[in-house]
Design a protein around this ligand. Structure first.
Ligand code: SF4
Ligand code: SF4
Length: 139
């Protein structure tokens, strides 16, 4: 294991560019996300889904606004639901697929300037597993 890369901060630092909040890639939301975000914006969960979500197959994703960004992204380039943002947004880029397929990391890094490239696979798998485990214990 390369000692240069041991913790999440060694391989990723968000640049706050907002690029991951743009475009219809699909910010999937879980039932827990729906419940948390609805409470946060003081909405009924059904009304929240109706007003702020679209379908992608069998799942819900957050709607994209006219400006091409997520409906919860504001003009100051900030997430207006930051304390309860969806699991997917909180987890990025420490996601399950990297544990099995670390070769996907560099491709993801092409669209996220905060991710360092060419990290040894063994280090990446370990860092992602620990970061994901920590998040899942609080999710
Ligand atoms: S694209 Fe990457 S660096 Fe930019 S805001 Fe999203 S996570 Fe941060
Ligand atoms: S919920 Fe927040 S962090 Fe997630 S895509 Fe929307 S604006 Fe970005």
């Amino acid at each position: 294991m390369d000692s240069e890369y041991k913790s999440p901060g060694d391989v990723f630092e968000c640049r706050q560019c907002g690029d991951c909040c743009k475009g219809f890639g699909g910010t999937y939301i879980t039932p827990r996300d729906i419940s948390d975000i609805s409470k946060y914006i003081k909405s009924d969960p059904e009304k929240f889904v109706e007003k702020y979500c679209d379908r992608s197959g069998s799942r819900h994703v957050l709607t994209i606004g006219k400006n091409g960004y997520c409906i919860f992204f504001d003009k100051r380039k900030q997430c207006t639901i930051h304390p309860v943002k969806p699991y997917m947004c909180r987890a990025w880029p420490f996601i399950q697929t990297i544990i099995k397929h670390p070769e996907n990391w560099n491709a993801m890094a092409n669209s996220c300037s905060g991710m360092k490239k060419d990290i040894p696979y063994g280090n990446l798998q370990k860092i992602v597993a620990v970061a994901k485990g920590k998040l899942d214990r609080t999710a």
